[in-house]
Design a protein. Structure first.
Length: 178
C-alpha cells in the first residue's frame, strides 16, 4: 500500500524538523523511530524522547486510507539526504516494512507498531494554541536566547517560558543570573 508519493525535499523538511530530539541510543528502540500517521491527504510526523514531543504535518495531493506506522528516523533521513535533489520519493508499506523508492533505488526499513509509540498526553483544559510565522518566532527567540541556561543542572532553566494571554505572546528566559 502506498503511503505517499512526493518530492524528496518536501518529505525531508518535516522529518528533519522532528528528528532533532531523537537521541542516537535509547533503552527503548521505539524512541529512535518517528511516527507517521496518514489521514486522508495529511501526513503527521511525531518524534519524542519521553520528555519532549515534536509534531509537524504535511499535506499531500492524493487521499488514502488512514494508516499509522513507526520507522527508524535517522535511517530514513539519511536515505533521503543521499538521494539526488528534486527526485520523486514513494513510501509504501509491504509486510511490516516501509519501502522507500526513488528512481531505480529501493530501500526496505523495519517498522514497529504505532500502538507502542509513546505519546504525551495533552490536557485539553490547559491547552493553549496560537499561530505565529516562523520568521517572527525566530526573531523573538533571538531576543531572549542570551539569557537561557545551556547545561544547567536545574533543568527548568535550560528553556524559556512562553505565555499567551490577551492576544499577546510573551517570552521569558533566565539562567539564574540574568
Amino acid at each position: 500500500m502506498n503511503l505517499l508519493k512526493t518530492q524528496r525535499e518536501a518529505l525531508l523538511a518535516p522529518l528533519q524538523a522532528v528528528t532533532g530530539i531523537i537521541e542516537r541510543r535509547h533503552t527503548l528502540p521505539i524512541l529512535s523511530n518517528v511516527l507517521l500517521s496518514r489521514t486522508d491527504n495529511n501526513i503527521e510526523f511525531v518524534a519524542t524522547d519521553i520528555e519532549i514531543e515534536i509534531t509537524t504535518n504535511m499535506t499531500i495531493e492524493e487521499t488514502g486510507e488512514t494508516k499509522k506506522i513507526t520507522v527508524g528516523a535517522r535511517k530514513l533521513v539519511d536515505i533521503l539526504r543521499a538521494l539526488p535533489e528534486g527526485s520523486e520519493v514513494t513510501l509504501a508499506l509491504q509486510d511490516k516494512r516501509l519501502q522507500v523508492k526513488s528512481g531505480k533505488s529501493r530501500f526496505n526499513l523495519q517498522t514497529l507498531s504505532a500502538e507502542d509509540f509513546p505519546r504525551l498526553t495533552l490536557l485539553e483544559a490547559l491547552a493553549t494554541s496560537f499561530s505565529v510565522s516562523q520568521k517572527l518566532l525566530k526573531s523573538l527567540l533571538g531576543l531572549v536566547q542570551y539569557a537561557m541556561a545551556q547545561q544547567d543542572i536545574r533543568y527548568y532553566l535550560n528553556g524559556l517560558l512562553m505565555v499567551v494571554e490577551e492576544g499577546q505572546l510573551k517570552l521569558v528566559a533566565t539562567d539564574g543570573h540574568r
